[in-house]
Ligand binder design. Structure first.
Ligand code: GLN
Length: 278
């Protein structure tokens, strides 16, 4: 005997059938709306991609002698522009501590600014796969901290640790040196100068930058290169936009496989630390 489902059950099965039929047509509920509102589609329609960055982070984004905005991230954005086939990239220059709010307010489409993908940041923005891997370490003052050998030795009330506002260096310093006095600056130059002039013991920041500041102040500073944190750099976009994340990852996949990413590292004197901290 064939038993027909009870009336309540029947309604449920009918509803389920409807959902499956829609899915089979390739138009799951909400799918088209997501695509319509996606950042890459909107940038494409507007003919211009708007990128937020903080232009004092050599060699990723900085102003050259001729006054032009240049760097690894600027070149990466030019590739995104070509792949999206839009007319131009507009760069929105902001301080790093407001870069996430600039994205969330809708003023910018993406953040491409040597930004580290952190789990806590990823609760506010979405990240592409990393396009570069590095670490944070220490630029140390010879005058004030000649005896310091590690980040742990900076965790004392008499120590002064300089950081750049809103960066992973600042987050790490709060965690690793809670007893030290933290002084935070809007730019890395200001933080590095604080160490070079002997007003702070150390500056905790991304490796490539502290190396450059040490090269500029070789007599007054030294480096402690033991990694304090690992720093995978990634592109950020607003949350709830799977098409943009997938598209960015696909572009990065091609760049990695066809050699263009390696070329960009070489052009800007960078070495990706890949699987391990370096
Ligand atoms: N990578 C660091 C961060 O994400 C610093 C980035 C920067 O100063 N541009 O906080």
């Amino acid at each position: 005997m064939v038993r027909s489902p009870r009336p309540g059950r029947r309604r449920l099965l009918l509803a389920l059938g409807g959902v499956l039929a829609l899915a089979a047509c390739g138009a799951p509920p909400g799918g088209l709306d997501l695509w319509k509102s996606s950042t890459i589609r909107q940038a494409k329609e507007r003919g211009r991609l708007i990128v937020a960055l903080e232009p004092e982070f050599r060699p990723f984004e900085y102003i050259d002698e001729g006054g032009n905005l240049v760097g690894f991230d600027v070149d990466l954005c030019e590739i995104l522009r070509q792949e999206l086939n839009v007319e131009r990239v507009e760069f929105l220059r902001v301080n790093f501590d407001v870069i996430i709010s600039t994205l969330l307010s809708g003023e910018a489409d993406l953040i491409v600014s040597g930004m580290t993908a952190l789990p806590e940041r990823a609760l506010r923005v979405s990240y592409s796969d990393p396009y570069f891997h590095t670490v944070t370490c220490l630029l140390v003052s010879r005058e004030r901290a000649a005896d310091v050998r590690s980040v742990a030795e900076l965790d004392r009330p008499e120590r002064v640790v300089a950081v750049k506002q809103g960066t992973t260096g600042e987050i790490a310093a709060r965690k690793r040196c809670p007893r030290a006095r933290l002084v935070s600056f809007p730019t890395e130059n200001a933080a590095a100068l604080e160490v070079a002039s002997g007003r702070a013991d150390a500056f905790l920041y991304d490796k490539k930058s502290v190396e450059q500041h040490h090269a500029r102040h070789p007599d007054t500073t030294f480096l402690i290169l033991d990694p304090v944190t690992v720093e995978p750099y990634a592109i950020a976009c607003r949350k709830g936009d799977p098409d943009t994340v997938a598209w960015l990852n696909l572009v990065l996949h091609h760049l990695r496989r066809d050699g263009r990413l390696e070329e960009l590292y070489a052009k800007h004197g960078l070495e990706d630390s890949g699987d391990g901290p370096r």
